[in-house]
Design a protein around this ligand. Structure first.
Ligand SMILES: [Zn+2]
Ligand SMILES: [Zn+2]
Length: 80
């Protein structure tokens, strides 16, 4: 199963599609970047790909974070 339903446009709240190795909002016609933050220290996490499932590593806490706990944020490219 995918977690597609969690991928929501920050601007119009519609479900994002996957395009050119990134997320894309068909309604806003804009690319959206997915950023993941540590639930404990709020640092940006590094995505690790292991055996088909993704996990996240925090360089600040120096440990792996469970995907169910991380904070996901979507951003338009046009927003600095
Ligand atoms: Zn949108
Ligand atoms: Zn951390």
């Amino acid at each position: 199963m995918t977690d597609k339903a969690d991928n929501i446009c920050p601007q119009c709240n519609s479900i994002l599609s996957w395009k050119n190795q990134g997320y894309f909002c068909d309604f806003c016609q804009q690319e959206v970047k997915k950023t993941v933050f540590c639930p404990d220290c709020n640092e940006q996490l590094e995505k690790l790909q292991a055996c088909g499932s993704a996990s996240y590593f925090c360089n600040h806490c120096n440990e792996l974070k469970s995907k169910s706990r991380v904070k996901v944020q979507f951003r338009m490219n046009s927003q600095a």
